[in-house]
Ligand binder design. Structure first.
Ligand SMILES: [Zn+2]
Length: 436
């Protein structure tokens, strides 16, 4: 009887002991996590919360500069500011909304580029004085989206440099005022303050604890731009061809001019990555599946690689090599029967406009190879899509539609290419290229 009576007591004591041990372990784990990351550390937002909608405007051409300023849509904040933003997001989530982030930490070097490009200095902080709170990873540009991901009706679009962008603007509609109030209240309750010129901009009231930084965003980008051997071997166009050399030009979003280039070669064990994560540039407005002449975009797709052109007498490449002279051109006149072909001057009325390789003094055509886009020469579908050298000394780099890389990288890839291996190039955003 006694034994039976005491069993539950022993059981309760054991249970209590287990609970105490678990609590102890939980506390020490939390302490370890806290001590590893300080409030002042810059961190990748998606490592701590997947609950935001992230659309980094400066990683695309969809911003007031009209050019891509960030290498990739990498959203970074100081840990302290991020904690506050998560708090604000939890407040708006209870009302059925989600915070969409347009900008967060911005390296000081990007601030300098922005400063040069801004027509109205009221809207961009001077990087040579106190800089922007964005440079400290302590400011965010945000709006709200509903349950379908649709942006709420706010006073203006992002980076509107007029009086309408002021949170105090008297002319906003009742709906805009109500929506902005939901955002502002949540942000202020979480430790942010607003600015008088920009309704979307909020800065951490503790910004003074954080210093101005110039750590490049690429340091935080964990995107895997390289494709596995398995993914490449399962691509439809690879299965249907005898290609054993492949160049992949890709980015995370379609409207960015910044891309990452990888090359691969097939051996008996599969596809091997030869040139890894080379920095490259494409059209000012990014990729398109509907290329038009003069749209500053780069066509998406899988294409053959053609002839290598150069100004030097000889160049060591496995491609056919053509040394051009002052008469060699590429026709870009959509009304010409010779549109998107290599020809020699004089035109004698055969075309009205053409790219003359030797007349370009920037050296971008010193060495290039052709990409087999629009080989049917369809009127207005785009011309002169080459893999060439990026124009030197561009502050923000891009092309009119070609793929470009640094001279050393173009040289190295052109030397590696071998026409006997039927080389191809696959170009497009990461989400789209796997469909080819
Ligand atoms: Zn801002």
């Amino acid at each position: 009887m006694n034994r039976i009576k005491h069993l539950p007591m022993r059981f309760i004591l054991a249970l209590l002991l287990i609970i105490v041990l678990m609590l102890f372990q939980h506390n020490s784990m939390a302490e370890a996590a806290n001590s590893a990351v300080k409030k002042t550390d810059l961190v990748l937002v998606e490592d701590y919360s997947k609950d935001f909608v992230i659309e980094m405007k400066y990683a695309s051409c969809d911003n007031f500069v009209g050019k891509t300023l960030y290498p990739s849509p990498t959203c970074v904040l100081t840990k302290g500011t991020l904690d506050k933003l998560i708090k604000a997001n939890n407040i708006v989530k209870k009302q059925g909304y989600t915070i969409k982030i347009w900008d967060a930490y911005r390296p000081l070097s990007v601030q300098k580029i922005m400063w040069e490009a801004t027509p109205n200095k009221n809207y961009v902080a001077n990087p040579y004085r106190s800089g922007s709170k964005h440079n400290r990873g302590a400011a965010v540009d945000v709006t709200l989206v509903d349950k379908n991901g649709k942006e709420l009706n706010m006073p203006t679009e992002f980076d509107n440099f007029t009086e309408k962008a002021s949170p105090n603007y008297k002319g906003m509609t009742a709906e805009q005022r109500k929506n902005l109030d939901i955002l502002s209240k949540a942000m202020k309750a979480s430790g942010f303050r607003a600015l008088s010129h920009e309704w979307w901009h909020f800065e951490d009231t503790d910004y003074n604890n954080y210093k101005i930084q110039d750590v490049p965003l690429s340091k935080f980008d964990k995107t895997e731009y390289g494709l596995s051997s398995k993914v490449i071997s399962e691509l439809k166009f690879i299965k249907e061809s005898n290609t054993s050399q492949l160049i992949v030009v890709t980015s995370k979003i379609s409207n960015s001019s910044n891309v990452v280039i990888n090359t691969y070669e097939k051996n008996k064990n599969g596809w091997v990555n030869i040139h890894k994560n080379i920095t490259g540039w494409i059209g000012l407005k990014g990729f398109t599946t509907n290329k038009k002449e003069g749209d500053s975009k780069t066509p998406v797709g899988a294409f053959n690689i053609g002839t290598c052109f150069g100004k030097d007498t000889n160049f060591d490449t496995g491609l056919d090599y053509y040394r051009y002279d002052s008469k060699d051109v590429w026709v870009d006149d959509p009304n010409s029967k010779l549109y998107n072909t290599h020809q020699r001057e004089p035109s004698n009325g055969r075309w009205k406009s053409a790219v003359n390789f030797s007349k370009n003094t920037d050296g971008i055509y010193d060495l290039f190879f052709t990409i087999g886009y629009n080989q049917q020469n369809i009127k207005n579908k785009g011309s002169a899509i080459f893999f060439r050298i990026i124009k030197p000394n561009m502050v923000i780099k891009y092309t009119n539609g070609a793929v470009a890389a640094e001279r050393k990288d173009v040289t190295s890839i052109a030397k590696w290419l071998d026409k006997n291996k039927s080389p191809k190039i696959l170009m497009g955003p990461l989400s789209e290229i796997i469909n080819y």
